[in-house]
Every structure is written in structure tokens, then in C-alpha cells.
Design a protein around this ligand. Structure first.
Ligand SMILES: [Zn+2]
Length: 115
């Protein structure tokens, strides 16, 4: 038997964040996320929506998180939301390490691995 078809679609997606196998690809930005990172992205979006009180139609991995926030008060509120939702503590100046949505997801996954 000879398996002759070699389509690019046959390649499994790799998670953009953790490098794990990613069965799903978010269509708009072409980012691939594994279920764990996908859930995290949802939680981040929920938190952002809770802070800004407006729905976020699209949250791309390359978005600076602050792009969705009006001022430093909202940054503080977001940090509190995330700490509450995820049961973690976020460093005092997170934007040294965490600028974009992808930075946050990566930071969180690294943080989890230490526990
Ligand atoms: Zn992942």
C-alpha cells in the first residue's frame, strides 16, 4: 500500500503558545491553539469584557493587551480579574514581561509548569 497524497493539511497544527498538538485553528488570525491555551484565551477575553463592559469580537494573539484597556485603572482591574479567575498572582509590573495576548498565555503556561 502506498499513501501518496501529501497535503499540507495533513500536518497537525502546533500550538502557537506551548508547542503542543493543536487540533483547532482560530480562523481569523491563523493562530493555532491547543485546548488548554484556547481556554486560557477565552478566560482572558471574559476578563477583558468584564473590565471594559463591552464585548470583544476578536482577540488576536498579537494584540497588545493594553489596546483593549482605556487606562491604568482598567489594567489594575484586569489583573484582579485574572488573579481571581485563574487563581494566580501576577507580577507587580506585568507589562515588562507581558505585553501581548500571546505573552500572557505563554507567561501563564510557564508559571503553571513551575507549580
Ligand atoms: Zn498550547
Amino acid at each position: 500500500m502506498n499513501i501518496s497524497s501529501r497535503t499540507p493539511e495533513g500536518e497537525p497544527y502546533r500550538c502557537t503558545i506551548c508547542g503542543g498538538l493543536a487540533p483547532l485553528e482560530t480562523s481569523d488570525a491563523g493562530d493555532s491553539l491547543c485546548p488548554q491555551c484556547g481556554q486560557l484565551l477565552w478566560k482572558l477575553r471574559d476578563s477583558l469584557e468584564a473590565v471594559t463592559l463591552s464585548p470583544i469580537a476578536e482577540l488576536s494573539l498579537s494584540d497588545p493587551i493594553t489596546e483593549h484597556l482605556a487606562d491604568s485603572m482598567e489594567v489594575v482591574e484586569l489583573v484582579m480579574q485574572l488573579e481571581d479567575k485563574l487563581g494566580i498572582s501576577i507580577p507587580e509590573n506585568p507589562y515588562d514581561q507581558i505585553r501581548t495576548v500571546a505573552d500572557f498565555l505563554r507567561w501563564y503556561r510557564d508559571h503553571q509548569r513551575d507549580d
